[in-house]
Write a protein that binds this ligand. Sequence first.
Ligand SMILES: [Fe+2]
Ligand SMILES: [Fe+2]
Length: 155
Amino acid sequence: MKGNPDIIAALNARMVDELTAIDQYTAHLAQVTVWQYSGLIAYLEERIVDETRHFNTLRAWIIFQGGKLTAGVLNRVNIGTDVKQMHLFDRTAEETAITLYRDLVQLCIQHKDADTRDVIEKILADEIDHLRDLEAQLTQIDQMGMQNYLSARLA
Ligand SMILES: [Fe+2]
Ligand SMILES: [Fe+2]
């Protein structure tokens, strides 16, 4: 199977984005683990599993399409210095991911590549879920205040 070069290039770029997301979420997990906010540990571990699955899916798909894997340097990783800033940085990352995966869906439509489009739409649906979760966390912080939000995540 021979993939379209523009699509392969975009897949490689999104693969680097996923690695960057893994790095950012891993740093945030390390922080909440040291701070012992138990209620945030499972949530972040789940994110890392999802983003790692996306990374692996993209890499396998590039190989399957006969594309070359390009070694990328990580994008900018934004590590929050407190829990609210962590969520804000993660929200920005998820919003960017959604925009870029939507662009990739458009590129697939343009090149009539229905198979890659299916792969990307599954990842896109996960990123939309991730964004909704972050919006909910930030709404909780606004509604109950930072101290109550964090207290609820101690046990
Ligand atoms: Fe992802
Ligand atoms: Fe995500």
